[in-house]
Design a protein around this ligand. Structure first.
Ligand code: AKB
Length: 312
């Protein structure tokens, strides 16, 4: 990666990722694109407004910037997608199609995040294999499976260097997620500090894979820099840093804020989505093929989140 265009740059992943890309590859080699306004701390860096469904503008930006890599993050998350499946399809599938065509025409590498949402109720819930049944029951999941298959197709048919991971719930102190099912595991830290209590919309006993954002950012860089000859499962690798249920994150927070309390007001839509997803994925393919090595477990993440959010 030398000249990198990032879509969805002001979203939850992009906010952390762009900072790291600038640090590693130099500000001048990163073009951040988003439908939102440029964040203040990116003043003086390359920034363009982009709706990824506008293929012509997307192509021109990538060509003019002489991008060799596109990190395509623009997407609608699971809960918003159930509310508006038409919007989800337009952005997640038509936007992805544009990025694939641009990568093919300009001969760039392409990273596309998939998700634990690419699995469904018939997928094995424990140690979910890298290659397994994928029959998701959400609009988000359908778009993610379509994305994985399209990315593999473009690699095999046109030789486009497509790579991806199945992200679990991502937790960051820098930016909030926008309408996902795993968002409770971010909101809980804010409320723990602000109110000393949290009402969870995900029910007790619901396990989901999660990862702290510094590990997620490192994993994108590591995968994109990995030796292509070693990659068997390009789209997309299971990755995760931990798996927990609401009572376990509560207990972790109580180690630092002993009076913290939590109750439940379960949202049936998000609970049904969570119930259709794995409890814990097998991440051995990512470890073996490109050395995936997450650093944060639940307690290490809680300590860092609380310290960073308290300062913020
Ligand atoms: C969501 O909850 O929709 C996302 C995801 C796991 O893909 N965080």
């Amino acid at each position: 990666m030398k000249r990198i265009l990032v879509t969805g740059a002001t979203g939850q992943i992009g906010t952390d990722l762009v900072d790291k890309l600038m640090e590693v590859y130099g500000d001048d080699n990163i073009l951040s694109c988003s439908r939102r306004a440029r964040p203040d701390n990116w003043a003086g860096t390359h920034y363009e407004s982009l709706d990824v469904t506008d293929g012509k503008r997307f192509y021109e930006l990538a060509k003019d910037f002489k991008a060799d890599t596109i990190l395509h993050l623009a997407a609608v998350l699971s809960a918003v997608g159930e509310d508006n499946p038409q919007l989800l399809w337009d952005i997640n599938v038509n936007g992805l199609y544009n990025s694939l065509e641009i990568a093919r025409e300009l001969d760039t590498a392409l990273f596309v995040p998939s998700s634990i949402g690419a699995f469904g109720p018939s997928t094995p819930k424990m140690d979910t294999p890298q290659v397994t049944l994928q029959r998701p029951t959400t609009a988000y999941g359908v778009s993610k499976v379509a994305g994985e298959l399209l990315c593999d197709y473009y690699f095999k048919r046109f030789g486009v260097d497509t790579r991806g991971v199945r992200f679990p719930g991502l937790i960051s102190y820098k930016a909030l997620p926008g309408g996902g099912t795993t968002d409770y595991a971010v909101h809980i830290y804010y409320d723990a500090l602000e109110k000393g209590s949290y009402t969870s919309f995900i029910g007790k006993g619901t396990y989901m894979d999660m990862m702290y954002m510094p590990d997620a950012v490192d994993c994108i860089l590591d995968l994109m820099e990995a030796d292509p000859d070693k990659l068997i499962d390009r789209n997309a690798f299971n990755v995760s840093g931990m798996s927990f249920e609401p009572e376990e994150i509560k207990a972790s927070i109580q180690k630092y804020i002993p009076d913290f309390t939590m109750d439940y007001d379960v949202d049936p839509v998000r609970q049904a989505i969570a119930d259709s997803w794995p409890d814990r994925m097998d991440i051995s393919a990512a470890k073996e093929q490109w050395g995936f090595d997450p650093k944060y477990d639940l307690d290490a993440m809680t300590k860092d989140m609380l310290e960073k959010l308290a300062k913020k």
